[in-house]
Write a new protein. Structure first.
Length: 385
C-alpha cells in the first residue's frame, strides 16, 4: 500500500512538473514581445496613380504559381495526404511554373533544381491559425505566440519573419478569423495578403488594408493538403509577370506585377494583356471578351461594371482612393492588384515603429511575474523539506 501511495505521489508530481514546463514554454515568448506605434489609417491620396501593370503588354510573359500546398509530413499530423513527388507532378500536369511545397516550419528543397523553385514554408503553430506564407525563405523562424495575439504580437511576428525571407504574405486571414479586417488598418511591413485560398476568401481583409492606405498585394494559393482532391487543387493560383526565376519572381511580387485567379484545374479562361493609366483614367484590355469586368473601390464598394467586352475604361472620381478590378470569364475570375492615388506615382511604404517605453514596461512586468513564480516554487520546496 505504501508503494502505491508513493507511486501516486510521484506521478502527481511528475504531471505537475509537465504542466509547469508546458505553461512556461507557452508563455515565455510573451515576455519578449514588443509594443508598436502604427501609422494612422489614411486613405490613398494624390493626383498621380501607381499602376503595377504599366509595363505589361501583350508580349509580357505571365508564369503560374502556387506557393502554398502540403505534402505528407510529420507522420501525417499536419494532414498532408500526398507524397512530395505526387504533389509536384500533379501541379506540373496543370502547367504550373512555380510549385511551392510549404509544409509547416520546414523548407522543402527536394525539387530545388527546378527552374521555378522558390523556397517556401508556412510559419505558425498557434491555436488560431495566425499563419504566414514565407516566400523566398532563407531559414525557418521557430518563434511564435501560441495562445492569444494582440495587434502588437501580430506586428512583432511580421518583424521577426521579415529578415529571414524575401516576400511575406499573411495566410488565409478569414480562416478562423485569424486576422480580423480591422487588423489590416494597423499592420504594416508585410508584402501580400493571401486573399484567395480554397478554405476561405479574405476580400474584406484586403479592402480594409487598401482603404487604410496600405499597399498590400494579392496572392492566391490552393493551400492543398491532397493534390488529388477536387475543390482544393488547381482552384486558386497567382499569375506573375516574370520569368521563372527567384529574383524576378520576388521583384514582381513586391511591386504588385501579379494577379490572382479563381478557377478549375489551373486553367486560365482569360488573360490580362494590358492595364494602362493616363492621368486619372485606366483602361484594361483582356485577351478575350469577359462576361463582366468590375471596378471596386474604397471599402470594397462596387463602382462600375461592364459586360461582354474585352476592354473597359474607368476614370477615378474625386472620392476614389484606389481601384481594383475583377474579370469574370466562363466561371473563373481574375483578381487584379489595385491602382491607387499617390503624390509622386510611387509605391507607398508605411512602417510601424517600436514604442520602447511600453515595450519595457511590458517586459519588466513579465520579469516580476517570473520572479514571483520562481520564488513561490522555492518557498514551497523549502516548506516541504
Amino acid at each position: 500500500m505504501k508503494f502505491f501511495r508513493g507511486l501516486i505521489r510521484w506521478l502527481t508530481n511528475f504531471l505537475l512538473f509537465l504542466i509547469t514546463i508546458s505553461v512556461v514554454v507557452t508563455l515565455f515568448p510573451y515576455s519578449f514581445a514588443s509594443f508598436y506605434d502604427f501609422p494612422p489609417s489614411i486613405p490613398f491620396s494624390g493626383n498621380k496613380l501607381y499602376n503595377p501593370y504599366n509595363s505589361v503588354s501583350k508580349e509580357t510573359r505571365f508564369i503560374k504559381a502556387n506557393f502554398h500546398a502540403h505534402s505528407h509530413a510529420y507522420s501525417g499530423v499536419t494532414d498532408g495526404h500526398s507524397t512530395e513527388q505526387d504533389l509536384f507532378l500533379g501541379y506540373k500536369s496543370m502547367n504550373y511554373d512555380v510549385i511551392g511545397i510549404s509544409n509547416y516550419q520546414t523548407i522543402n528543397s527536394t525539387f530545388g533544381s527546378d527552374s521555378g523553385y522558390v523556397p517556401v514554408y508556412e510559419h505558425g503553430y498557434n491555436l488560431w491559425k495566425r499563419h504566414h506564407v514565407c516566400i523566398g525563405a532563407k531559414e525557418v523562424t521557430c518563434w511564435d505566440y501560441l495562445l492569444f495575439q494582440s495587434i502588437h504580437q501580430k506586428q512583432d511576428m511580421i518583424f521577426r519573419l521579415k529578415p529571414t525571407i524575401d516576400v511575406l504574405a499573411i495566410a488565409h486571414p478569414k480562416f478562423r478569423n485569424s486576422f480580423e479586417p480591422n487588423d489590416f488598418t494597423q499592420l504594416t511591413d508585410y508584402d501580400c495578403i493571401e486573399v484567395l485560398n480554397h478554405y476561405r476568401t479574405s476580400e474584406s481583409a484586403w479592402d480594409s488594408a487598401l482603404s487604410a492606405g496600405r499597399s498590400a498585394w494579392i496572392i492566391a494559393d490552393d493551400d492543398s493538403h491532397n493534390v488529388k482532391a477536387n475543390g482544393e487543387t488547381g482552384v486558386c493560383w497567382t499569375m506573375i509577370a516574370s520569368k521563372p526565376n527567384r529574383s524576378e519572381i520576388v521583384e514582381a511580387l513586391k511591386n504588385g506585377k501579379s494577379y490572382g485567379v479563381e478557377g478549375k484545374y489551373g486553367l486560365n479562361q482569360n488573360k490580362l494583356l494590358s492595364l494602362k493609366t493616363d492621368n486619372l483614367q485606366c483602361k484594361i484590355t483582356c485577351e478575350s471578351p469577359a462576361d463582366s469586368i468590375q471596378f471596386i473601390g474604397q471599402k470594397g464598394q462596387l463602382k462600375a461594371t461592364d459586360y461582354k467586352t474585352k476592354t473597359s475604361n474607368y476614370t477615378f472620381s474625386q472620392n476614389d482612393t484606389y481601384i481594383r478590378i475583377k474579370v469574370f470569364t466562363n466561371g473563373s475570375c481574375m483578381w487584379l492588384n489595385p491602382i491607387f492615388r499617390t503624390d509622386n506615382g510611387a509605391i507607398i511604404s508605411l512602417h510601424s515603429t517600436e514604442n520602447l517605453s511600453k515595450t519595457w514596461l511590458w517586459r519588466i512586468g513579465w520579469l516580476l511575474l517570473w520572479m514571483s513564480f520562481i520564488y513561490s516554487i522555492y518557498k514551497k520546496r523549502k516548506s516541504h523539506n
